[in-house]
Design a protein around this ligand. Structure first.
Ligand SMILES: [Zn+2]
Length: 274
């Protein structure tokens, strides 16, 4: 499943090919995605208009149009976006095709169809409930130690579960939560109410470092993705604790431990992480 860094890499890969381009035609298969495909709104707001920008909120890609409408894409488990030459043979799971005035077409392919495509008209963009209840972006300014201190106050919840809660902060999945806590030197089971401001500063710094490094690793796959034989090449940087049970810690040579926390595989160094 694509995580925040993968979605950010896709956003960066889409931008140069979409921004400033007119979507001349939208073609839709008859298959249902996680939500029904909004055929009428795609025709009304997306077809024949020009793309203004490609943004991201959590794991949603936001294609903003010149007319003020917004196309909201979520890749679900197996969704892929790729560019093809106009008229290239259509694959079985290509559910949407956006023809561009550049001679390329953007295709949304999704084998398991847990992905979604939504369209917000200019009047709906502001009041949309799609992003209601989502916490701040981990790479944005609202993810601060003051914010975390307040959210964590007198709670006994393990920090790993806390970081994976999208109401607290979006886009930190299981693998990255493990890596962030190793980088911050904090044990995954530590109750959030026991952490002070400086520990939260370390968590914020570690989050940025781990996620930005993951984005940078993915940067090399952008050209593959755009060339697009349909392979998006979701990626993983070298991981320092995840999947390394029994291996030596890269920092202190102690052996990495594994336990299951809230049903998820959890890896940590018993010496470096307190
Ligand atoms: Zn260690």
């Amino acid at each position: 499943m694509p995580e925040l860094p993968e979605v950010e890499v896709i956003r960066r890969g889409l931008t140069p090919h979409l921004v400033g381009r007119t979507i001349t035609r939208v073609m839709i298969s008859n298959r249902r995605l996680r939500l029904p495909v909004p055929r009428a709104k795609l025709n009304l707001w997306i077809q024949s208009d020009r793309v203004k920008s490609v943004d991201r909120r959590a794991k949603y890609l936001l294609v903003r149009m010149n007319n003020g409408a917004m196309l909201v894409l979520h890749l679900g488990m197996t969704g892929r976006l790729a560019f093809f030459a106009n008229g290239a043979p259509r694959a079985v799971h290509d559910h949407l095709r956006f023809k561009l005035d550049s001679g390329l077409e953007l295709r949304f392919n999704d084998v398991r169809r847990f992905g979604s495509v939504q369209v917000l008209g200019p009047e709906d963009v502001k009041g949309t409930q799609i992003f209601a209840g989502l916490g701040p972006e981990p790479l944005g300014p609202d993810f601060s130690s003051d914010y975390l201190l307040e959210r964590a106050q007198s709670k006994v919840r393990p920090i790993k579960n806390f970081l994976m809660d999208a109401r607290v902060v979006v886009g930190i999945g299981n693998i990255y939560a493990n890596e962030i806590l190793f980088a911050a030197g904090i044990k995954p089971t530590r109750g959030v109410g026991t952490l002070g401001k400086s520990a939260w500063e370390r968590v914020i710094q570690a989050s940025r470092q781990v996620l930005e490094q993951a984005i940078a690793c993915g940067g090399t796959t952008i050209s593959d993705y755009v060339r697009s034989s349909g392979e998006t090449g979701y990626f993983q940087c070298e991981l320092r604790v995840y999947g390394r049970k029994g291996e030596a810690c890269q920092r202190c040579r102690s052996l990495i431990s594994r336990q299951v926390l809230a049903g998820r595989a959890t890896f940590y160094c018993p010496r470096c992480q307190r």
